[in-house]
Design a protein around this ligand. Structure first.
Ligand code: GLC
Length: 560
């Protein structure tokens, strides 16, 4: 029995497609230039109208919303000041309840981003904690005395640049923040903090949310002695955070106890999912720990193998093969190309001179993401072939904490990948109707060409390619659950792999270049393959396996 068939039943988060929405720039219903919950509700039919044969709907199964809680928006929502309420920017709790109901009606699950490593410095907990050394919440954050010379307590750094310690006058102490100084880290060693967070988690589960994406889920626990992190021998990363071995501020054993406790809460509710960002610099091996020794931590740890791969078949295959090898028995993988923290893949993968065909890259990337074994996560606009807006003038930058940290090691603004969804060719790309309103971030200038309305009408658009792939995946047990096996041992120009269950065999062939000669290393019957989806072959046609491929061909075939 193969590992796939051991799964006792198909879970929606294993077989479905998750779609990440960045609420600030997805759809603006009230015309103030900023996205909102009513805007998302209006666009639900575009995501999934509930009709499995719809020609106008993408057909995804779940939405993951980047944070919508009340927040001063210093890190655009990743700095929560009230976990129980919705930010005015996005609407009200009633709007959220409506979004939940409208989504569920269409069979769309709703996953919330849970930012619980830190709060905003404007959260009432931090205001109280920072007011004195002896208030009831004095131990809710990581407070340490200065060194005798007044210096910071240790060498821990902020991922956003500079020291991770900021001095507080009232307490005459430093507090620690993995990210910006406006995002103080909670002290998870304090049982009261835990209980407060767990209670809030139950609140949202009781409301009916289908799961959470745990933000920065590897850095909750800190060493109780605040020991120095050793510096790496080959320390030369531009982001100095990456030059430390994070022995004492990341991935501590206690961190896993916490995730296990959260998972226990989740498991008391039916059919919910626990996803976690194992953090941007974690390796695939590190992230495997996050499944838990008995698969009792995260259902889906997010790891960054595709985002960090070059656009090269050998490299991508190596990442898939690694993931196949290391995913524990009974556990399930997930894959993504893009998210709100990194440049979009069509902007990342432009350096390759022999693969300058952008549509070809978009189709090939879509096919890989939707045919490997694991849950695919799409980032809004990816299905249109949206690219980063690299022309945002400095005065319009919104990712200010990164830019304003004024240290030479701060990462670049992430705004390029967060610009408004391109709905049509009208003003503001149809994102915001306000005539004289400037959207929160400038719309990419390619919107008259790259937009939903136009792509819906074009049979060969990247949107329609995604739509077909999602549909084919939904109707194919092999693509949802089957084993994965490559047919080319060391791929150079092409990828060819098979997904297979007892009853079904699906072959995926991808040409990364103009190279037509196509050879596979493993035996596979050449006759009688049905085209499921292809950018060159007619869907439904029965063919024999070709010995040459079209440039940038992407074909998904089922054995008859
Ligand atoms: C995660 C989020 C990122 C945010 C950071 C701090 O990495 O994905 O957007 O800035 O956590 O919350």
């Amino acid at each position: 029995m193969t590992r796939d068939t051991q799964l006792n039943s198909e879970k929606w988060w294993q077989t479905g497609v998750i779609y990440q929405i960045y609420p600030l720039t997805f759809a603006d219903a009230n015309g103030d230039g900023v996205g909102d919950l009513q805007g998302i509700i209006k666009k639900l039919d575009y995501l999934n109208d509930g009709n499995p044969n719809s020609e106008t709907s993408l057909g995804i199964d779940a939405i993951w919303l980047s944070p919508i809680n009340r927040s001063p928006m210093v890190d655009n929502g990743y700095d929560v000041s009230d976990y129980y309420d919705i930010s005015d920017t996005f609407g009200t709790l009633e709007d959220f309840e409506m979004l939940l109901a409208e989504s569920h009606q269409r069979g769309i699950r709703v996953i919330l981003d849970l930012v619980i490593n830190h709060t905003s410095n404007r959260h009432s907990w931090f205001l109280e904690s920072s007011s004195s050394r002896d208030n009831p919440k004095s131990d809710w954050y990581h407070w340490q005395d200065p060194e005798p010379d007044g210096g910071v307590p240790n060498n821990w750094l902020s991922y956003f640049g500079g020291t991770g310690w900021t001095f507080n006058e009232a307490r005459k102490q430093y507090y620690y923040h993995t990210f910006n100084k406006n995002q103080p880290d909670l002290n998870w060693g304090n049982p009261e903090v835990k209980e407060a967070i767990f209670q809030m988690i139950r609140f949202w589960l009781d409301k009916g949310v289908d799961g959470f994406r745990l933000d920065a889920s590897s850095v909750y626990s800190k060493d109780k002695y605040y020991r120095y992190n050793p510096v790496k021998f080959d320390a030369n990363d531009n982001n100095k955070y990456n030059n430390l071995h994070h022995l004492y501020d990341k991935n501590l054993p206690e961190n896993h106890h916490i995730i296990r406790e959260i998972r226990k809460i989740i498991d008391r509710y039916q059919d919910r999912v626990l996803i976690g960002e194992t953090f941007i610099d974690s390796t695939i091996y590190e992230s495997v720990i996050f499944y838990g020794i008995n698969n009792d931590e995260l259902h889906l740890p997010f790891t960054f193998e595709f985002p960090f791969s070059p656009w090269y078949p050998g490299y991508l295959q190596q990442e898939i093969a690694k993931k196949e090898l290391v995913t524990p028995s009974g556990a399930w993988a997930s894959y993504f190309l893009d998210n709100h923290d990194i440049p979009r893949h069509l902007s990342r993968w432009v350096e390759c001179s022999l693969c300058t065909n952008q549509l070809g890259i978009a189709q090939a990337a879509a096919a890989i993401l939707l045919t490997v074994r694991g849950t695919p996560i799409l980032y809004y606009g990816q299905e249109l072939g949206m690219v980063d807006n690299q022309d945002i003038p400095p005065e319009k930058i919104q990712d200010k904490i990164v830019v304003r940290s004024e240290t030479e090691d701060s990462p670049e603004s992430r705004d390029g990948a967060r610009t408004p969804m391109q709905w049509n060719d009208s003003v503001n790309a149809g994102f915001s109707f306000g005539k004289d309103i400037e959207p929160w971030l400038p719309v990419h200038k390619n919107y008259p060409e790259v937009n939903v309305a136009k792509e819906l009408k074009d049979r060969d658009s990247i949107f329609n390619f995604y739509r077909q792939l999602i549909k084919v995946r939904k109707n194919s047990e092999a693509l949802r659950l089957g084993s994965w096996k490559t047919l080319i041992h060391y791929p150079y120009e092409h990828l060819a792999y098979v997904r297979e269950t007892t009853d079904e065999k699906v072959l995926i062939i991808i040409n990364f270049s103009y190279e037509k000669d196509f050879e596979i290393d493993e035996y596979i019957a050449r006759e009688n393959w049905q085209v499921l989806v292809s950018n060159v072959l007619e869907a439904g046609k029965i063919i024999d396996l070709p010995s040459t491929l079209q440039p940038f061909e992407v074909s998904v075939l089922r054995k008859e």
